[in-house]
Design a protein around this ligand. Structure first.
Ligand SMILES: *[C@@H]1O[C@H](CO)[C@@H](O)[C@H](O)[C@H]1NC(C)=O
Length: 540
């Protein structure tokens, strides 16, 4: 039809071109059966998590689906096709979060650190519940015209969001910005193999080839399981508040309805682990299949610095100037200002660490495009999961200054992989920074290692985005795809680890032992008695 219409208004040469173009277009869209209504709910306030979650929606829009997205921070992706609902955190919550961030990053005793960490963790749930209770979201929920074929939920301390799948009577997929861990695994029955899979980068990476490492991994799992259990109770409470048990399935039933989890992790990241079919490895999902051209001013800087190359510095989007120790920033500034390389520093505060002819501050930099530039020599990072993944994917060596949470483990893994070095934020000096930077710039082994990895991780049957599109549409096509659910989802802990079976076998063994031993002992005693009698008689 397109071709017929076009032929009426165009000459022959153009006709052929258009014909070919529409064939290509048709081929590209061929697998899509019909446009689906998809709801993305990503209420995290962490921009880096949001980038990961949003990466699933863009290709879905490009394939013609009708995408509605709820976020708590403005969208970076300005595609007008999103039906976007912005629900920012309340002022009180914003203040609460800022206070907690400050408290966690301050120097404190271990006990206080644990207390403030627990406080901040337990405030996530109520904060993320605010978004669901908000009038703007309630309008979306209560409008009977809104029908969805799939919900994609950004997962982080909000498992009660599973109630939305029950509400809209549609399948739900979770997006998790990290590797599988015991929290995410519980949804889909993914095994936690403590003997050879590190529990979580949050707790560092014990060397599991040693007994000590395995003991550590096992022991950390105990408080973590207690924590998970307590958190689940809190989440169940929130669920019951929003999804009344009289109208909705119970929290634990609703949790079993999660079809898939998309992980921002791939086995080439270094942790090889067994995954059930519902655990989809989409490591590098936030990375574009092809870079966009750099803005003109950045391109100019790259051209001008072609001799020595460019260093890119970013402490991510979560950490503000007040969250980073000024000593660290000053030491880094001094170390960088003496270098021949051009430095691009992502810095959003009006007050900069200082001026130097080779350092250029920018409140926003197109990280993914920068890291793909052949003349980018080094990435100085706080070791957020997103940045480390992107740099490694593009083969850029790193110097890491991990600050909090999973950054510690990300940096340790990065160093272990040989992609760069890390410095300690508590003790780092200008000289240490300089030494680490020069070592990574001049010793080719780091670049070689990370380039080798880059080649390896890109070698996949489908790109992360193609993988994501395939599985999300698969869930839509097969109405939740519950045929691929692991039976483990329906077992409790005792059943899952065969404790019930082991207990049964022990009981049988005990009974058999009793059955056999009682008469045996009886016979034995009689024999002894007889024997001693005989002995006595003999003696007399
Ligand atoms: C797309 O989704 C929105 C919900 O945000 C809905 O109002 C609209 O009717 C949908 N469009 C189509 C064509 O289904």
């Amino acid at each position: 039809m397109i071709v017929n219409f076009a032929s009426a208004i165009m000459d022959d040469g153009k006709k052929i071109k258009l014909f070919v173009a529409s064939l290509v277009l048709l081929a590209a869209f061929a697998p899509i059966s019909e446009s689906a209504n998809i709801l993305g709910i990503f209420t995290t306030t962490s921009p880096s998590h949001n980038i990961v979650h949003m990466s699933y929606l863009r290709p879905l829009i490009e394939r013609g689906h009708n995408v509605t997205v709820v976020t708590s921070i403005p969208l970076k992706d300005k595609n007008p096709k999103y039906h976007h609902i912005l629900i920012p955190p309340t002022e009180a919550r914003t203040k609460q979060m800022a206070d907690m961030k400050a408290a966690v990053s301050k120097k404190r005793s271990l006990l206080e650190l644990i207390r403030t960490s627990l406080e901040s963790v337990s405030s996530f749930g109520p904060m993320l519940a605010d978004h669901l209770k908000d009038q703007r979201f309630q309008d979306l929920m209560q409008n009977p015209d809104n029908k969805f074929d799939l919900i994609v939920g950004g997962y982080f301390f909000n498992p009660f969001y599973v109630g939305l799948a029950a509400h809209f009577r549609c399948p739900m997929v979770l997006s998790y910005a990290n590797a599988p861990n015991s929290l995410t695994n519980s949804f889909i029955g993914n095994p936690n193999e403590l003997a050879y899979v590190p529990l979580s980068p949050l707790f560092g990476l014990p060397d599991l080839s040693t007994f000590k490492g395995r003991l550590t991994n096992f022991m950390i799992n105990i408080p973590v399981s207690v924590f998970n259990g307590l958190m689940d109770m809190q989440m169940e409470g929130i669920y019951n508040e929003i999804f009344s048990p009289t109208e909705y399935p119970s929290y634990h039933e609703a949790k079993k309805k999660v079809s898939l989890i998309m992980f921002n992790y791939h086995f080439t990241d270094g942790i090889v682990r067994p995954n059930v079919p519902a655990a989809i490895e989409c490591g590098g999902i936030q990375i574009k299949d092809k870079p966009d051209p750099l803005p003109e001013n950045l391109q100019k800087l790259f051209n001008a610095s072609s001799e020595h190359g460019v260093i890119y510095v970013s402490f991510g989007s979560n950490l503000g100037i007040n969250d980073i120790n000024p000593d660290v920033v000053n030491a880094l500034f001094k170390a960088l200002s003496g270098l021949k390389q051009t430095v691009l520093w992502k810095w959003s505060d009006p007050k900069t660490p200082g001026t130097a002819s080779n350092i250029h501050y920018n409140s926003w930099l197109p990280q993914d495009d920068l890291l793909q530039h052949p003349n980018l020599k080094l990435f100085i990072t706080h070791a957020g999961k997103g940045g480390v993944t992107e740099a490694a994917y593009h083969g850029v060596p790193m110097v890491a200054v991990p600050m909090i949470a999973d950054q510690i483990g990300n940096a340790a893994q990065m160093v272990k992989d040989g992609f760069g070095l890390q410095v300690d934020k508590k003790t780092v000096t200008e000289d240490q920074f300089k030494e680490a930077i020069l070592e990574v710039l001049t010793n080719p082994q780091y670049t070689e290692n990370v380039r080798r990895f880059s080649k390896l991780t890109k070698d996949r049957p489908m790109t992360p985005r193609e993988t994501a599109v395939f599985w999300l549409e698969y869930v839509i096509r097969h109405k939740g795809a519950y045929h691929m659910q692991s039976p483990a989802v329906h077992l409790n802990t005792f059943q899952l680890y065969s404790f019930d079976v082991i207990a049964f076998i022990l009981l049988i063994l005990f009974l058999v032992y009793k059955l056999v031993s009682v008469p045996l002992i009886f016979v034995f005693r009689r024999l002894i008695a007889k024997f001693t009698k005989v002995q006595k008689i003999k003696k007399h």
